[in-house]
Design a protein around this ligand. Structure first.
Ligand SMILES: [Zn+2]
Length: 106
């Protein structure tokens, strides 16, 4: 997992890291839990062939932002984020995770 520490990405104060095509951009040092969160996203992206991950991610963000009347709550409730946040503390999760497990978090 390639991690690039920089001052530009991710944009916004609410975000510590951003995963683009399996490359993690961060403005600071990542905790093991946050690294795990981002690694779960890498698995999701690989199984969705990257393009479908981003298409689904943005579509679900729009739908859930409308539903929750908040972009941040919409983001928190994206199924990919629910799986990644919900299992970030389980550092072995990625070893026994079943492909497409994010579907259970829709
Ligand atoms: Zn995330």
């Amino acid at each position: 997992m390639l991690i690039i520490n920089n001052k530009i990405l991710p944009i916004g104060r609410n975000y510590m890291a951003m995963n683009l095509f399996g490359i993690i951009f961060t403005k600071g040092r990542l905790s093991p839990q946050l690294k795990n969160h981002e690694f779960i996203h890498t698995l999701q992206q690989l199984e969705m062939l990257f393009l479908f991950f981003y298409m689904w991610y943005v579509t679900e963000w729009i739908i859930k932002s409308i539903r929750y009347k908040s972009f941040f709550k919409g983001y928190q409730n994206i199924s990919f984020e629910r799986e990644a946040y919900g299992n970030a503390n389980k550092l072995n999760y990625r070893k026994h995770r079943k492909p497409f497990n994010w579907i259970h978090y829709i």
